[in-house]
Ligand binder design. Structure first.
Ligand code: SF4
Length: 461
């Protein structure tokens, strides 16, 4: 379990009654995508109402405040990075904009726009996105111009006078789904928000698609040319919630498959004797279940997750987050005494948290701890807004400075080195080939840049 850098989530809804409470509920189901800031904007046919907060939705929006919103149409945002939605007045009228993603060429765009006389509050990505949209005569032209100008990832919602405009970047890095129920049309970063609101008629927004949502339903206003798909593989392995379905694949199914793949390798190589398989909560659960299904080893929780640990405030620094991660999990001593444990997690980034977990289990009486990582070794930072990790933070990179693993012997040598570093009895990763095979999505439709260093934007169409 680890914290993600600047991830975020968007939500929007059109219905036939006031919608602020629905947005609140929708955001609550997306809270895992960002806990630092949250915001809601609604439109009542006359004006936009907007409130943002520092903190989580459930801790900051009080019922009296929700009652001040008016309107049957609105959007919301949760973030680890900045306050959104932002509200603007322009030739397109009054709008509120929120997005999930990251603009790689933000410095160049800021300089270019400032040189042309544009002013910014802070120069945030959301300001750049909003201003590019507002430059054009209508919102569809604005979103089309934005796609030409920016390099990076975005899932976007724009609250306007004629409805909610929704768009996904031409690669489809970040998830974005549409849902339809009786008298309700919604958009969400993840399907779980829709599902938990009783809506099961869902479809993904296509990469490059611009959709307008109104009381009449969904209308594709434009389909921009998509050079290739590049869905973030890390969403299935870690970032998304296990009850979501993204681009046709259930997150749970993907995690189970990844765990099964790890177990198959252990069975093939035949050198692990263990008593139980356990997850690092919460991100390792699906992987550990998959491992259990294939290996037949008993599935056993070895950490108790304290769900109340982070409800009252958010953590600003990495130290705070590490401290909170520790407070969130306590060892179930009875389950582990003298046991040989296979411990599954989604990935190993810096190795500090998994080292701590191994140490805690051994101190509490575990005989052996064998760590299994669903993701291949992380070798490259992410440019697309999923994580802010840097080269210096990546443990595997310290052993393989080139970032290239070309043979299974190199992978095994890395695994022995990582195992020693984190104090485990063994470490195994899924190889990149096994990882892609487990996801069951064509390799050319995935972003795998943090594993192989290849930016989808630079790959052939
Ligand atoms: S670089 Fe990694 S985390 Fe970032 S979008 Fe690509 S797969 Fe996802």
């Amino acid at each position: 379990m680890k914290s993600i850098g600047d991830n975020c989530g968007v939500f929007g809804i059109v219905k036939d009654t006031d919608c602020a409470e629905d947005i609140y509920r929708g955001l609550d189901f997306l809270q895992h995508r960002g806990q630092q800031f949250c915001g809601i904007a609604t439109y009542d046919g006359k004006r936009i109402y907007l409130i943002t907060h520092y903190g989580q939705v459930g801790n900051t929006f009080i019922p009296r405040e929700l009652e001040t919103f008016k309107g049957n149409i609105g959007i919301g945002h949760v973030s680890l990075k900045e306050r959104q939605p932002m509200m603007w007045q322009g030739a397109v009228g009054e709008i509120a904009v929120a997005f999930s993603g990251n603009i790689i060429n933000n410095d160049a765009l800021l300089t270019e726009m400032k040189d042309k006389g544009e002013a910014f509050y802070h120069g945030l990505d959301i300001e750049i996105v909003s201003k590019l949209i507002m430059k054009e005569k209508d919102i569809v032209s604005g979103i089309s111009a934005l796609a030409e100008k920016i390099r990076g990832s975005y899932s976007l919602v724009v609250l306007a006078q004629d409805g909610i405009y929704v768009a996904r970047d031409v690669y489809g890095f970040r998830p974005l789904i549409l849902g339809e129920g009786p008298g309700i049309y919604l958009v969400s970063s993840e399907s779980r928000a829709a599902q938990n609101m009783g809506i099961d008629r869902l479809r993904d927004v296509r990469p490059g698609e611009i959709v307008l949502i109104t009381q009449k339903g969904f209308e594709t206003k434009k389909q921009l040319r998509s050079p290739r798909r590049a869905h973030c593989a890390f969403e299935w392995a870690y970032a998304a919630s296990m009850d979501s379905k993204i681009d046709g694949l259930y997150v749970q199914e993907a995690r189970n498959n990844l765990g099964m793949s790890l177990a198959r390798r252990d069975i093939e190589e035949g050198d692990i004797q263990a008593d139980l398989v356990a997850p690092v909560p919460l991100s390792g659960i699906g992987h550990a279940l998959g491992y259990h299904m294939t290996s037949g080893l008993p599935y056993q929780e070895v950490f108790l997750y304290n769900r109340y640990a982070d409800r009252s405030y958010t953590q600003l620094t990495q130290e705070d987050r590490d401290r909170m991660a520790k407070k969130k999990l306590s060892v179930l001593k009875y389950a582990i005494k003298d046991k040989r444990i296979v411990l599954c997690d989604d990935s190993i980034v810096r190795g500090t948290q998994i080292r701590e977990k191994v140490r805690e289990l051994k101190n509490a009486g575990a005989k052996e701890v064998h760590v299994r990582s669903a993701c291949p070794p992380l070798m490259y930072p992410c440019d697309f807004g999923i994580s802010t990790r840097t080269y210096e933070e990546l443990l595997a990179r310290k052993y393989i400075p080139t970032g290239n693993i070309t043979t299974s012997d190199e992978l095994k040598a890395l695994e022995s080195w990582v195992s020693e570093k984190i104090g485990a009895d063994s470490v195994r990763y899924n190889s990149l080939e096994a990882f892609v095979e487990a996801l069951k999505i064509p390799r050319e439709s995935l972003c795998l840049k943090c594993f192989d260093g290849k930016s989808p934007m630079e790959l052939p169409e």
